[in-house]
Design a binder for this molecule. Sequence first.
Ligand SMILES: Nc1ncnc2c1ncn2[C@@H]1O[C@H](COP(=O)(O)OP(=O)(O)OP(=O)(O)O)[C@@H](O)[C@H]1O
Length: 307
Amino acid sequence: MTLLYVEALSVQYERERALSDVSFDLDRGTVLGVVGADGAGKTSLLRSVVGLLKPSAGRVHLNPGTRLGYVPQQFSLYGEMSLEENMSFFGTLNGLSRGTLKKRIDELLEFTGLAPFRNHLAEDLSGGMKQKLSLAVSLLHWPEFVVFDELTNGVDPVSRRELWELIGKVRQDGVAVLVSTQYLDEAERCDRVLLLHEGEKIRYGSPKELRCTFPYTLWALPDSGKRRMELELLTERPGIVNVYARGNDTVLAVDDEQKAQESLEKWKCQAEYRGVVEERKPSMEDVFIALVEKGEGTRDDSSASHS
Ligand SMILES: Nc1ncnc2c1ncn2[C@@H]1O[C@H](COP(=O)(O)OP(=O)(O)OP(=O)(O)O)[C@@H](O)[C@H]1O
């Protein structure tokens, strides 16, 4: 069931347009990832959804009475208070009674694996543990909808994985999750992805849909790092729309295989390059790089579906 419906949202700051005409919807028990680079408009979008920012145009419709949890980008825990005291403080603010709160704190400390640290000061926690505590605090009042602004930003890879496991468990309880991230691999963990670039919706759909509707064929030249500079000359030759690095491989995004083949053969002959070319399936990173990084982004004008 649809819990949130966002229609043609735009945010204009004094000098800058942070969001243009963005629409999407979100169902219960679904994780929607808002994915984009720094400055793409993620925070502006999330702040509009939770009601902290008044959009310049468009509409946010959240089912009335929905209990909302929110972890902003710089969530302020009290460093000089213990984990339990932090949770107790925020729980009291949320109007939970003493008895209920005590039980809920125990539950959430178990849930996040923070129980052994309940009496430690929050300031002594690692970055990943602080984020787990923030997540726990946001869940105190059994929200039906949670919004996490870059919860995993700057966190070590193990904690990132653990935070995503927690997000998965939250979803299992039927909670709707809206989470922003700049890590493209995290898009794969979402049910739906909204790719944002310079305030515009570039793509919107499940990770599979995004990969399946990817408009280019990808050709990888394995271990071609040393020839990268030369290979980049292929950018915008007939049939080739983008050339980019993936580790030590070079990837060509191709929109016309025949023309690209001719361009590549010509180049291989001139450059005396004998390496192999392999076709590769697009990952979410490929989708993002090929569509966005070179400004190839074609806006997705499909409006959010009501389901
Ligand atoms: N309060 C503000 N006043 C003016 N401009 C702003 C304000 N907040 C954000 N911006 C601008 O709007 C654009 C989108 O910012 P936003 O913070 O929404 O993006 P973001 O994707 O969350 O990026 P980041 O991860 O860096 O926070 C940026 O260019 C930013 O400089």
